[in-house]
Design a protein around this ligand. Structure first.
Ligand SMILES: Cc1ncc(COP(=O)(O)O)c(C=O)c1O
Length: 390
């Protein structure tokens, strides 16, 4: 076996990708698979964005842009914060990146040295702990549960921080739970981070996809934190690979240097396309899709509840339900594998998202139209009857 770097021992596969591959194999064999496993809804990119992307290509906009992105796009993002969220951000503080993934890599490359610790929620978005390991830091997986609504608290940050803790990274709304943090909670988390000389990074990739409360950003609480966002989820541009971060002034020169070296520049046609993401026409399309997601969520919560699959977390945002399968199964992984084989419904077992309380947890993404969700519920009900009596 040729030599590979020791850090690879820390990087686990993304198990949902295995489920996706199995689901695709079943579909190729002629099965009607319902995909509720991957983190992207079925909506296509809004047409005005596609049109702007095609026009950009036709005009030959295929050369590198600056490392921090097109000035016009950085200004458009600043305009979005001002118009929609009432927060004024200097466009110079906005760095456009290849997805939120690129933004997370830049921030962690900036902050994390060997053996530095980063606090993360467990369960949480799995790539984060691997990214911390990639920079030779130590991901500290802090157990969260229903008692703290699956989010970090000031007490947890204080309890798990050590002199080596350089940052706390959280997401609101969160993956896999959909749990959100209120502004006053973010203020308290920031306070405890500042007291212990660490940075607070708030991943707002699901910002805009909230169903019970107003759209908010942690930037309204303070400008002294790092915020990550993306065109992937709310703007439905997953495959265009475009996101951004907002950083405090002091971090900008280093982040630009890192961006130049890591990525050279974010993808140019995608940046031109994204200029149309904030147009009133696109925002109207996105709002109607948000309403559609809310209807799907409400339907599925009720239907699953009556099947005996109870929610573990309040699904206030994103497009995920985090469910307890303990009345039916010891092991969510076997449960999900059986559901795929027997009924061709693909869902994600909790294990992908951490170690804490994940063995009997499932994530279901309401990423399909209502009639497909109804069909999924029929199949699930049949499966549960068989599974329970097996
Ligand atoms: C919480 C969270 N952060 C970041 C990402 C990365 O998204 P992207 O790189 O497509 O913007 C995801 C993707 O699912 C996510 O769920």
């Amino acid at each position: 076996m040729p030599h590979t770097a020791p850090r690879l021992q820390q990087i686990e596969p993304f198990h949902v990708m295995r489920i996706l591959a199995e689901a695709q194999a079943l579909a190729a064999a002629g099965h009607d698979v319902i995909h509720l496993e991957v983190g992207e809804p079925d909506f296509p990119t809004p047409q005005p964005v596609i049109d702007a992307g095609i026009a950009a290509l036709a005009q030959g906009n295929t050369f590198y842009t600056g490392a921090c992105g097109l000035p016009a796009l950085r200004e458009a993002i600043a305009g979005f914060y001002a118009d929609r969220l009432g927060v004024h951000i200097d466009p110079a503080r906005i760095i456009v990146t290849p997805g939120a993934s690129g933004a997370l890599q830049l921030i962690l490359a900036l902050l994390v040295g060997r053996d530095d610790e980063v606090l993360l929620t467990d369960p949480g978005y799995p790539c984060n702990r691997h990214l911390v390991s990639l920079f030779e830091g130590r991901p500290i997986n802090v157990p969260v549960n229903a008692a703290n609504r699956f989010q970090l608290t000031p007490e947890l940050i204080a309890q798990y921080s050590t002199p080596r803790t350089v940052a706390t990274l959280l997401a609101s709304p969160a993956n896999p739970t959909g749990a959100i943090l209120q502004q006053d909670e973010i203020a308290k988390l920031l306070e405890v981070c500042s007291q212990s000389h660490q940075q607070l990074i708030v991943d707002e990739i699901y910002q805009g996809l909230v169903y019970e409360s107003a759209h908010e950003t942690a930037l309204a609480v303070s400008q002294e934190l790092f915020v990550v966002n993306s065109f992937s989820k709310f703007f439905q541009m997953t495959g265009w690979r475009l996101g951004w971060l907002v950083a405090p002034d002091w971090a900008l020169p280093e982040l630009e240097r890192l961006a130049q070296n890591l990525f050279l520049a974010p993808p140019t046609p995608a940046q031109h396309a994204a200029l149309a993401a904030f147009s009133p026409e696109t925002l109207a399309i996105l709002e109607s899709r948000r309403q559609e997601l809310r209807a799907r969520r409400n339907y599925l919560c009720d239907a699953l509840d009556s099947l005996g699959l109870k929610l573990l977390a309040q699904p206030d945002g994103a497009f995920y339900l985090w469910l307890d399968c303990s009345p039916f199964a010891e092991d969510a992984e076997a449960f999900a594998a059986g559901l795929l084989q027997d009924e061709a419904v693909a869902i994600t077992p909790g294990r992908d998202f951490g170690q804490h309380g994940t063995r009997q947890a499932l994530r279901i993404a309401y990423s399909q139209p209502l009639p497909r969700l109804e069909e999924a519920v029929v199949r699930l009900s049949r499966y549960l009857q068989r599974y329970c009596t097996a």
